[in-house]
Design a protein around this ligand. Structure first.
Ligand code: GLU
Length: 422
C-alpha cells in the first residue's frame, strides 16, 4: 500500500487545480469549486429488529448549483465518510457539466453495511435519513438517485417519505425510481449502457478492433454487470469480471449471462465454478492480460502500487474516482489511454435527467427515445472532450475537466460571480 492515506477530496482538488490552470484560470476564477456550497451531516437513530436503538451517520453534500439544481446519488457503505461524499459531489458537478445537462452536483451517503440490516431496518433507516435531509432536497433544489448499494426500491421509500411531508405525491424529488411510480425506462441500465457507448467510441478513435478486444471488468454490480451483458450480447469478449470476493478469468471469454444469474441468486463469485474459468484476486483483475480495463466498483483501485503492472491499452472508468493522481501519471507515461469517470459513467445521470424531465411534465418516453437521446448526448460529449484533448495536447481526463470547469465557471460569472451579493 501507498505510504500516504488516500483522500478522495484531495485527489479531486489536485485534478481541478491542474485543469483550471491549463485553462488559464486564476485561483479566484475557480476557488468556489474548491469548496462545497453546503455540507450536511446527520445522525440517524433507528430501532433495530431486536428492540435496541442504533445511531448511524449520514451525509448530503451540495457541491455546486451554478448550472442548476444539485444532482447525485446516495450510497450505503460501511466506509462512507464526509471526504468521500464531498469528492463524489464535486465529481457530479463536473459530470453534469461535461455532458451539458442543466444540473449542479451533490452526493449523499450513510455509513452502514446494508447487508447487515434487515429490509425493515433499511426502510426505517432510509425514511429517517430522508427526514433529516428533507429541508435541503426537492425537485428544484437537489435530486437524489441510486449509487453504491442503493436502488429503485430505496428511491421509492425516499419519494414516499418526502411526499408524506409535502402532502402530495412528488415523483421528481428522486430519480432511478421504479417505472411504476414515475421512473424512466432505461434508467437501471443507463450507466452501464453509457459505459459501452464510450468504450466503442474509444476503440474506434484509438484504432482497436472490437471483435478481438479482450475486456476486463472490476465490479459486477448494476454498472459493471449491465456493461458486461451488453458487451456479451454484442459479441465482445469479456475475459475477466469480479465482485468484492474476487474475480474470474477466461482468455476465451466468460459466460456473462450465467455469471449474472449466479450473482442474482445471492451468490458471490468466489463460489462460481466452470471448466476453463480461473479464480483471480481483484488486484490480479486490474493487472490481467486484457486490452480494455473497466473499473466499475469503488474509488482508489488503480493506484501507484498497481498502475505499473497494468497490461490494458485502454481504461474506461465506470466507477467514480477509481484512479489516483499518482497512478494517472504512471499510466500516461505508459501511453495507456484513459477515459475519465465524469464522462464514461455519465449515462446514469443523463437518463436521470430524462426521468426528471418526464416527471415535471407528466410525460412518459419509450425506451427507443430514451436510448436514442442517451446515445446522442454521450457521443456529443465524447467528441467535445476528444477534440479539446487533441487541440490542447492533454489527456482525456484533463480535457473533460476543462470542458466542465469552463461551463461551471462561465455560469458562475454570468450569474454575477460568488461575491456579487456580498
Ligand atoms: N450515482 C450515479 C452517479 O454517480 C447517478 C447519479 C444520478 O443519477 O443522479 O453518476
Amino acid at each position: 500500500m501507498s505510504e500516504k492515506k488516500y483522500n478522495p477530496y484531495e485527489n479531486m482538488l489536485a485534478v481541478l487545480k491542474q485543469s483550471a490552470e491549463a485553462l488559464g484560470l486564476a485561483y479566484e476564477d475557480y476557488v468556489t469549486l474548491c469548496y462545497p456550497e453546503r455540507e450536511l451531516k446527520v445522525s440517524i437513530p433507528i430501532k433495530m429488529d431486536d428492540g435496541s436503538i442504533q445511531v448511524f451517520e449520514g451525509y448530503r453534500v451540495q457541491h455546486s448549483s451554478a448550472r442548476g439544481p444539485c444532482k447525485g446519488g446516495i450510497r450505503y457503505h460501511q466506509n462512507a465518510n464526509m471526504d468521500e461524499v464531498k469528492a463524489l459531489a464535486a465529481w457530479m458537478s463536473f459530470k453534469c457539466a461535461v455532458v451539458n445537462i442543466p444540473y449542479g452536483g451533490a452526493k449523499g451517503g450513510i455509513k452502514v453495511d446494508p447487508s447487515k440490516l434487515s429490509r425493515d431496518e433499511l426502510i426505517r433507516l432510509t425514511r429517517r435519513y430522508t427526514t433529516r435531509i428533507l429541508p435541503i432536497i426537492g425537485p428544484d433544489k437537489d435530486i437524489p438517485a441510486p449509487d453504491v448499494n442503493t436502488n429503485g426500491e430505496v428511491m421509492a421509500w425516499i419519494m414516499d417519505t418526502y411526499s408524506m411531508f409535502q402532502g402530495h405525491c412528488v415523483p421528481g424529488v428522486v430519480t432511478g425510481k421504479p417505472v411504476e411510480i414515475g421512473g424512466s425506462v432505461g434508467r437501471v441500465e443507463a450507466t452501464g449502457r453509457g459505459v459501452t457507448i464510450i468504450t466503442y467510441e474509444c476503440l474506434k478513435t484509438y484504432g482497436m478492433d472490437k471483435s478481438t478486444a479482450a475486456i476486463a471488468i472490476q465490479g459486477m454490480g448494476n454498472v459493471g454487470g449491465t456493461a458486461a451483458e451488453i458487451f456479451y450480447e454484442n459479441g465482445q469478449k469479456v475475459v475477466a469480471v469480479s465482485d468484492y470476493t474476487g474475480g474470474l478469468y477466461s482468455k476465451d471469454g466468460l459466460n456473462i449471462p450465467a455469471i449474472r444469474k449466479f450473482i442474482a441468486a445471492g451468490n458471490t463469485l468466489d463460489q462460481y465454478t466452470e471448466d476453463g474459468v480461473k479464480h483471480i484476486t481483484n488486484d490480479e483483475l486490474i493487472t490481467c492480460k486484457c486490452d480494455v480495463l473497466i473499473p466499475a466498483a469503488l474509488e482508489n483501485q488503480i493506484t501507484e502500487d498497481n498502475a505499473d503492472r497494468i497490461q490494458a491499452k485502454l481504461i474506461i472508468e465506470a466507477a467514480n474516482g477509481p484512479t489516483t493522481v499518482g497512478a494517472d501519471e504512471i499510466l500516461n507515461k505508459k501511453n495507456i489511454i484513459l477515459c475519465p469517470d465524469i464522462l464514461s459513467n455519465a449515462g446514469g445521470v443523463v437518463v436521470s435527467y430524462f426521468e426528471w424531465v418526464q416527471n415535471i411534465q407528466n410525460l412518459t418516453w419509450d425506451l427507443d427515445e430514451v436510448n436514442k437521446m442517451l446515445n446522442k448526448i454521450m457521443l456529443k460529449a465524447y467528441k467535445e472532450v476528444l477534440d479539446l484533448s487533441k487541440e490542447k495536447q492533454v489527456t482525456l481526463r484533463m480535457a473533460a475537466y476543462m470542458v466542465a470547469i469552463r461551463r461551471i465557471t462561465t455560469a458562475g460569472k454570468l450569474r454575477g460571480g460568488p461575491i456579487s451579493m456580498g
